[in-house]
Design a protein around this ligand. Structure first.
Ligand code: NDP
Ligand code: MG
Length: 381
């Protein structure tokens, strides 16, 4: 019989959140709490199905609406960022899955770690903005960050059983290349949000889909890998792999390379983060390599997609510079989705952040201050 874990799911209404509920249902894990931002209809249906004891909406009007709608159920509805943090720290939780999009996930991650909970982390912006603060908090409280992002889950899986002196030479992140693989900058100048939202291999939330089109997603993942695996950026490589079958690789000093493969289905890494260290049957389909036939690999195009190098530079600058680049990217993606700026402007606006000096990162307030300032700079144009 499999053990169960009581789950707090932050960002339950999103792409990862709904897949996580699918996984939790099949595992028979009780859902203690669900949170969302504004999608009251979706979370109400989830509450009626999963019967959590708590729910929270970060938007206060949405919280009031939800409270009225579920008044017939024994569920306590909290509101605002504070409410989310309170649920992230629920003492009766066994694991907190953070599937919030953007830096809004940082405070709940910190609240969960500080309360002594393992965090299954999809919210990569937590590590991009919070960096060492987050990993040191996890260490100080003796808890784990369990990667949900498919590349980092792949590396984490490859590392299982590695000796303490692990002789790791490099990690290799695979990238699908997104919808604009093979294009030139000139060809990308006029692409629309609708063009950029068509991802070849993954069906994801809007923000990460745009990040995949600019390849900022891979840059953010480079920073995420730096903190999750304590790897210096020069030991993290990126290779474009169009089929998204190899989810990432590690290389040892003897040049042995280990990879993790599977069909592109986020329920595999979500489930592994929840059941870790155990493995159980999954709803994902079996991989048939013969059916796929060919796996292809390319060098990333850093001219058309400068976001990867930008993230490397932000890591080298250090302090709150990655938080500023992340915030500028979030703000710029929102403007692009509204049709207010062009596709190439997204990375350009994020890159502008490195023209400024950013303070050291000693506290959560430092991160949030840099985040606010970067957003203001983007708004000013
Ligand atoms: P979605 O946009 O689909 O979902 C985001 C979730 O966060 C929703 O539940 C949303 O609530 C909630 N949310 C939005 N804004 C806020 C806020 N300000 N405060 C609190 N909650 C908020 O995103 P994804 O599921 O695609 O991505 C989630 C995270 O996982 C991202 O960090 C992404 O990079 C990462 N990830 C996603 C993958 C994927 O396949 N989708 C793969 C790997 C990583 P509401 O619906 O009410 O707005
Ligand atoms: Mg990924």
């Amino acid at each position: 019989m499999s053990e169960t874990k009581r789950l707090v799911l932050l960002g339950s209404t999103g792409s990862i959140g709904t897949q996580a509920l699918d996984v939790a249902e099949k595992l028979g894990y009780p859902v203690l709490a669900l949170t969302a931002h504004r999608q009251v209809d979706v979370i109400e249906a989830q509450i009626r199905k999963f019967r959590p004891r708590y729910a929270a909406m970060s938007d206060k009007n949405a919280a009031a609406d939800l409270k009225a709608r579920v008044a017939d159920l024994p569920v306590t509805v909290l509101s605002g960022a504070e409410g989310l943090c309170e649920l992230a720290a629920l003492p009766e939780a066994d694991v907190v899955l953070n599937a919030i999009v953007g830096v809004a996930g940082l405070r709940p991650t910190m609240a969960a770690l500080t309360a002594g909970h393992d965090v299954a982390l999809a919210n990569k912006e937590t590590l991009v903005a919070g960096g060492a603060l987050v990993t040191e908090t996890a260490k100080a409280h003796g808890v784990r960050l369990l990667p949900v992002d498919s590349e980092h889950s792949a590396i984490f899986q490859c590392l299982q059983g590695a000796p303490v002196e692990r002789a790791l030479k490099r990690v290799i992140l695979t990238a699908s290349g997104g919808p604009f693989f093979g294009k030139t900058r000139e060809q990308l100048a006029d692409v629309t949000a609708a063009d950029a939202l068509r991802h070849p291999n993954w069906d994801m939330g809007a923000k990460i889909t745009i990040d995949s089109a600019t390849m900022m997603n891979k840059g953010l993942e480079l920073i995420e890998a730096r903190w999750l695996f304590d790897m210096p950026p020069e030991k993290i490589d990126i290779v474009v792999h169009r089929e998204s079958i190899i989810h990432s690789l590690i290389e040892y000093d003897d040049n042995a390379v280990l990879a993790q493969l599977g069909l592109p289905d986020m329920r595999i890494p979500i489930q592994y983060a929840l059941t870790y260290p155990r493995r159980v049957a999954s709803p994902a389909e079996t991989l048939s390599l013969a059916e796929i036939g060919t796996l292809t690999f390319f060098e990333p195009d850093n001219v058309t997609f400068p976001a990867m190098d930008l993230c490397r530079r932000a890591l080298t600058v250090g302090g709150t510079a990655p938080a500023a680049v992340n915030a500028a990217n979030e703000a710029a993606v929102a403007l692009f989705l509204k049709g207010e700026i062009g596709f190439l402007d997204i990375t350009a606006k994020a890159a502008r952040m490195l023209a400024y000096t950013w303070p050291a990162l000693n506290s959560l307030d430092d991160v949030l201050a840099a985040d606010r300032e970067a957003r203001e700079l983007v708004q000013k144009g």
